[in-house]
Design a protein around this ligand. Structure first.
Ligand code: SAH
Length: 239
């Protein structure tokens, strides 16, 4: 895990040997399960370290202090094979993490991995954000909501902001030119009780493309009607 370790240093993070061992197990399990399940198209040892693990850890650039508050609740919406949530859980072991994933087979991998990594306070929820976000246990119940690679921002905010506590925030990991996505989503962000705070550009030579973190603050409650029924946020984005 040398590439990961070196990249993390550039983010100001020093990973311990046991954390690096956890990432190594994560890599082995990912590649192993990927033979039976379509979890990722990246399987090379170096590319997984950079494009999956280090990329997930860049979210720490937007992480509010104190970084190890034990009651800090985080949800990763559309987590797939666990990213960015699980690398961040390895980094910050004290957080309480919910991994939300629509596909049951991917969730089976996450359960297995959670055991292999010996992680506590990780809950795996199988379901669609459109439905889970209306359940009292999850609605407006997270200090931080994360998501990577799930949908364009205008759709994504409808799937994620309802999970966020007032006073909490949503961090979207985005690639490429984000300006038009932000422009398209800005009205929807306020409709859902939120405010765009800033965009942080991730400047690491490890990444050849442009990557950024879009940070949105939740400032008031989201109206009960959102998110709309399954599939609608993608099919008919709020404009
Ligand atoms: N975040 C991961 C996976 C991205 S692929 C990563 O960056 O590697 C998108 C994932 O989101 C898929 O696993 C898909 O099943 C899940 N997903 C898409 N829409 C969803 C929804 N509405 N609710 C829950 N999960 C969803």
């Amino acid at each position: 895990m040398e590439k990961l370790s070196a990249g993390a240093k550039k983010l100001g993070l020093s990973l311990s040997l046991s954390q690096l061992e956890q990432f190594s197990i994560y890599y082995q399990e990912l590649v192993d399960w990927n033979q039976r399940l379509n979890l990722t198209r990246l399987t090379g040892y170096e590319e997984v370290q950079i494009k999956h693990f280090l990329d997930s850890l860049t979210v720490s650039l937007a992480w509010p202090p104190p970084k190890t508050n034990p009651s800090f609740r985080v949800i990763d919406v559309g987590t797939g094979a666990g990213m960015p949530g699980l690398p961040l859980k390895i980094l910050f072991p004290d957080i309480r993490l919910v991994l939300l994933e629509a596909t049951a087979k991917k969730a089976a991998f996450l359960h297995h991995l959670k055991d292999r990594l010996g992680l506590n306070n990780v809950e795996i929820v199988v379901g669609r954000a459109e439905e889970v976000a209306h359940q009292a246990e999850y609605r407006e119940n997270f200090d931080m909501v994360l998501s990577r690679g799930v949908a364009p921002l205008v759709t994504l905010v409808e799937l994620t902001l309802p999970f966020c506590l007032v006073g909490g925030n949503f961090i979207a990991q985005k690639k490429g030119n984000i300006e038009s996505e932000i422009g398209q989503a800005s009205h929807v962000v306020s409709l859902l009780g939120s405010k765009l705070r800033e965009t942080i550009r991730v400047n690491l030579e490890e990444f050849t493309d442009e990557r950024q973190l879009v940070i949105i603050d939740k400032v008031s409650r989201t109206p009960e009607t959102y998110p709309r029924r399954s599939g609608i946020p993608a099919k008919r984005p709020l404009m």
